[in-house]
Design a protein around this ligand. Structure first.
Ligand code: 8DG
Ligand code: MG
Length: 138
């Protein structure tokens, strides 16, 4: 991938009973940080389809009530990478998140927005700094 152009990432804010789902990243950009499920937008794909696909690939969970969220703009100086992250909000009332890509994520856990773990993946850290709070998950 050409590192000298901005890339589009999708981050999915899955809300269940006031908690949001985060995974601990391993082995790539932002290793050891906590991130929303998500990934690269594929060529020709809609943002919503990307959210559904990435969450299914990574956790096995099926999304409902998918809605557009805010965005963040992040430059990663050490890696010379630049991502614009488009956030999506969604519900997922049932099902246990599975670690389906163990080379990319070591664990999934539910957190309250007011009690997020550290360190956060920079796109999520930017979102928190912006003052954004998901509906029904303060
Ligand atoms: P690749 O194998 O094609 O390189 O990527 P992939 O399979 O799509 O990797 P991924 O782990 O699904 O996507 C991770 C990339 O997505 C990550 O390196 C940067 C980008 N990304 C953002 N924002 C967010 C986010 O909030 N959460 C996640 N999980 N990935 C994000 O730009
Ligand atoms: Mg992916």
């Amino acid at each position: 991938m050409n590192p000298r152009i901005p890339h589009v990432g999708v981050g999915v804010i899955i809300i269940r009973e006031g908690f949001v789902l985060l995974g601990r990243r391993i082995g790539s950009l932002g290793a050891e940080t906590w991130a929303l499920p998500g990934g690269h937008l594929e060529f020709g794909e809609s943002i919503e389809d990307c959210a559904v696909r990435e969450v299914l690939e990574e956790t096995g969970l099926a999304l409902e009530a998918i809605a557009q969220g805010p965005y963040s703009n992040n430059f990663f100086p050490a890696e010379e990478k630049h991502y614009v992250t488009l956030f999506i909000t969604a519900r997922c009332p049932t099902g246990k998140p599975l670690v389906l890509e163990p080379d990319k994520c070591s664990t999934w856990q539910w957190f309250r927005w007011s009690e997020l773990p550290q360190p956060l993946f920079p796109p999520l850290a930017s979102l928190v700094r912006s003052g954004y709070v998901p509906h029904d998950a303060p």
